[in-house]
Every structure is written in C-alpha cells, then in structure tokens.
Design a protein around this ligand. Structure first.
Ligand code: C5P
Length: 238
C-alpha cells in the first residue's frame, strides 16, 4: 500500500507545530527539506518525531564519500525513515551512504537517490558534457544507485512506470522505494509543477510513496484534502 508524505514546506518551528496540530491523525509521515532544516536544524526533526510522526529528511546529500557517510550517521541518529542523496555523487558515495545507513540495523534510514533534478533539461546535460537523452540519463543513474545499495529513488510521476520496469529487475528481489512529488488531485491547482499526475495515476504506475505539499497545506480543509488523497490512493491500489 503506497504511503502519503506531506511536504512540510513551512519556514519555522511554530508553523510546523501548527501544521501538525491542524492535520492531526490525518497524516503520519512528513518531509522536511532544506529550507526548514537550514532554519531550525535537527531539533525540528525531533519535534515532528515527538509528535509521533515519521520523517523523510530530504537534504539531497552530494559530497565526497567520507563526508556523506558521516552525514548519514548523523541522520540515522535522528531516527528518520527516508533520506536523500544525489546519484550523481558516484558509486563510492552511494555505497558510503548505504553502508552508513545499514549500521542502524532495523531502524536504518532508507537511502533514496535523486537522479536528475526535474529543474534540469537537455541543455543542462549538454553543459555537463552528458550526451545521453534525459530519460536514459535518469535510468542510468537510477540503476547506478540501486546497484550500489540505495533503497530507491525520487522521480517524477511521469517517470515512475519506466523506472519500475528498469529498477525492479535490477534489484534482484530487494524491495525498491519509488517516491514521487508532483502529485495533484484532479482539479487541484498545478502551481509551479509541470509534469503532474493524480494520486491514483502515480500509485497505478508504481509509486510507493507520494509527496504532496500545497494541495493539502493550502486547502481550505487540509484534513479533508489529505483524507481524499489517501482514499484515492487506496482505491487505486485495489
Ligand atoms: O507543494 P507540492 O506538492 O508541489 O510539493 C512537492 C514537494 O516535493 C516540495 O517539497 C518540492 O520541493 C518537492 N519536489 C518536487 N519536485 C521534484 C523534487 C522535489 O516538487 N522534482
């Protein structure tokens, strides 16, 4: 059954506390990203955990293997369930992250790789000297990540079916996590997202976790919005 993760895209501890209160039992999994973590530090992870919630820490680590290994040790101690790295950090960096996570045993954070940021286009790949077409580059980086111990990837809902086809056989029986942002219930405002899918579409295409921000946080009734998305996800999983 796919899981709903709400993006805590708010700037301060006070707004985190208000969001947790407002959403209550309707949401039990939250994504903390760079803005909030840079403003409030690891204490904000503790705040969300102390409210009994699960945490996806989206810091997109990309550095030399030793630095990433040590960062993943710190992240593991916070007790988060999911954490992100950039696959383009290379095989040794991915392996360092996976090995550091594994030292936490049953409570290890799952390491998710970002392949190509969706803000990049073919022109950016040209700048990097990458000759592959974007979908091939996304797939190659996804395969590199899984081959070197990553537990899954973050990808757009438009890529998730192809990535399921490529990565599940490569994982040789190990479960693969597919996290997709860019999810919009039918009729919701698209905002700045360009390649969106409905919750049902993303689940049917093989997403295991959906990250949703504004369609819930900016709804006039956020609890109803979250419950409607969860209902759509479970109907699609039947
Ligand atoms: O408000 P919205 O539902 O668009 O929020 C989606 C979340 O997922 C945001 O935290 C955003 O930064 C993140 N994200 C994204 N697209 C990506 C990667 C991450 O929207 N390609």
């Amino acid at each position: 059954m796919a899981e709903l993760i709400v993006a805590l895209d708010v700037p301060s501890r006070a707004e985190v506390a208000a969001t947790l209160r407002r959403l209550g039992d309707a949401v039990d999994f939250y994504k903390i990203g760079l803005e909030l973590f840079s403003a409030e530090g690891p204490d904000v992870v503790r705040l969300v955990k102390d409210a009994g919630k699960r945490v996806f820490l989206d810091l997109k680590l990309h550095d030399i293997p030793r630095t990433v290994e040590r960062a993943v040790h710190s992240i593991g101690r916070l007790g988060v369930e999911l954490a992100t790295i950039h696959a383009s950090g290379g095989r040794a960096m991915i392996r360092a992250a996976a090995d550091a996570a594994a030292t936490f045993g049953a409570s290890a954070p799952k390491i998710l790789a970002v392949t190509c940021l969706t803000s990049l286009d073919q022109g950016d790949l040209d700048d990097f000297g990458v000759a592959r077409a974007m979908p091939d580059q996304v797939e190659a980086l996804g395969l590199l990540a899984v081959a070197n111990g990553a537990d899954g990837i973050v990808c757009s809902p438009k890529e998730v079916a192809a990535m399921n086809r490529a990565l599940i056989p490569a994982a040789q029986g190990r479960p693969v996590v597919f996290v997709t942002p860019g999810v919009r219930p039918a009729g919701a405002s698209v905002g700045d997202q360009k390649r969106v899918a409905t919750p049902a579409g993303a689940v049917r295409d093989g997403a295991t976790h959906l990250v949703v921000g504004r369609p819930i946080l900016e709804a006039s009734d956020p609890v109803a919005a979250a419950m409607a998305i969860r209902a759509e996800m479970s109907a699609a999983a039947q």
